[in-house]
Ligand binder design. Structure first.
Ligand code: FES
Length: 148
């Protein structure tokens, strides 16, 4: 059994400790908001927070998650009242939407560590999140708005 906090609730997962967190979230815990893109920490679709930091859940073994606080996209307000969710809606950021939960989790982690990021800080924080539709300008505009 591996125990950790998932979106403010302490849970136990009966799984191989080498199983990536992404697999546990999606296949064992029915948390499908976090997406599988590449599986090798290259695209950012699987981004969640571990103790407040953005991490790639596709390469994070459950053994490394024990005792930690994990937050997924489902951990954000369901009424979309978070300032980043509001900015995303205002700017109509998503196109196909597949990468967006990862984008949002990276953006939320950025603002939690740096409430007033400049362009360079936004670029650095978001560079690991790839969007095939090219929504980057809207992502940047939304983050800037949310930071106001
Ligand atoms: Fe984890 Fe692409 S699925 S970074």
């Amino acid at each position: 059994m591996i125990s950790f906090t998932l979106n403010e609730k302490v849970i136990e997962v009966d799984a191989d400790p080498s199983m990536p967190l992404l697999w546990a979230l999606r296949d064992l815990l029915d948390m499908t908001g976090t997406k599988y893109g590449c599986g090798i920490a290259q695209c950012g679709a699987c981004t969640v927070h571990m103790d407040g930091n953005a991490v790639r859940s596709c390469v994070m073994p459950l053994s490394a998650v024990a005792g930690k606080k994990i937050k997924t996209i489902e951990g954000l307000p369901s009424d979309a009242s978070h300032v980043i969710q509001q900015a995303w809606l205002e700017h109509n950021v998503p196109q196909c939407g597949y990468c967006q939960s990862g984008q949002i989790m990276s953006a939320v982690a950025l603002l939690e560590s740096n409430p007033n990021p400049d362009d360079a800080a936004i670029d650095t924080a978001m560079q690991g999140n790839i969007c095939r539709c090219g929504t980057y300008p809207r992502i940047k505009a939304a983050i800037k708005d949310a930071a106001k």
